[in-house]
Design a protein around this ligand. Structure first.
Ligand code: SF4
Length: 207
């Protein structure tokens, strides 16, 4: 489990610094395009914090852990309790075969409690984008419903190029280096609440 990797934190910390720079570039690129559309994500009915996204990198998990390291006591316990509750609700929904939308345990009153440490998809979701796949060519994806609604009203739906490929590529490069540095080889497919439950399982190890 990633918590045990904390003993090797000095070795992987430089990679988290590089991830931080990657996230800064991502945020800048996203904001520039969103501004051109006049799109502002400030909460909506179809809140993407209720969407079940899976995350696949150890890097993002360790970065989330860095965010948790800035918290202590009650906030940390509260996040752990919320994460456990969300995971139970998700398991119950799966068992019932329903696709319930359940709010991310980090979302409190519409705000992300670990906003600077949120994963990649939380930064990129919303605006239309393209992805250049060696096997499938260029894949275009529309924006979220809120984007379409806001921009349609302003008549600004013409596609403004936003290519996620360089960000995904850099993320893959950093992840590969991290796996090499840590020797952690297991595949990861976890929601934010599942990551949080693992990361807060032994809260004393985080501090
Ligand atoms: S990590 Fe933050 S931005 Fe991402 S889904 Fe959770 S509350 Fe929303």
């Amino acid at each position: 489990m990633p918590l045990t990797l904390l003993t090797r934190r000095d070795r992987y910390r430089p990679l988290l610094d590089r991830l931080e720079r990657l996230f800064q570039n991502m945020d800048r690129a996203y904001d520039a395009v969103a501004d051109r559309y006049g799109f502002h994500c400030d909460g909506c009915v179809d809140n993407c914090c209720q969407t079940r996204f899976y995350h696949h990198t150890l890097l993002e998990m360790l970065y989330l852990q860095e965010g948790l390291r800035t918290l202590a006591g009650d906030p940390l316990r509260d996040i752990r309790d919320r994460a456990q509750a969300v995971n139970q609700q998700m398991a119950a929904a799966d068992q019932a075969g329903s696709s319930a939308r359940i709010m991310c345990p980090l979302n409190q009153d519409g705000r992300c409690r670990l906003y600077p440490h949120r994963p990649m998809i939380c930064r990129l979701h919303g605006i239309p984008h393209e992805l250049h796949r060696p096997d499938r060519g260029i894949i275009r994806n529309p924006g979220c419903d809120a984007f379409f609604e806001q921009c349609r009203k302003q008549g600004k739906t013409d596609y403004i190029p936003f290519d996620r490929t360089p960000f995904y590529r850099e993320m893959a490069t950093l992840e590969k280096k991290l796996r090499h540095e840590t020797g952690y080889a297991k595949k990861i497919k976890l929601t934010i609440s599942q990551m949080l439950e693992i990361l807060t399982d032994n809260a004393h190890e985080i501090h």
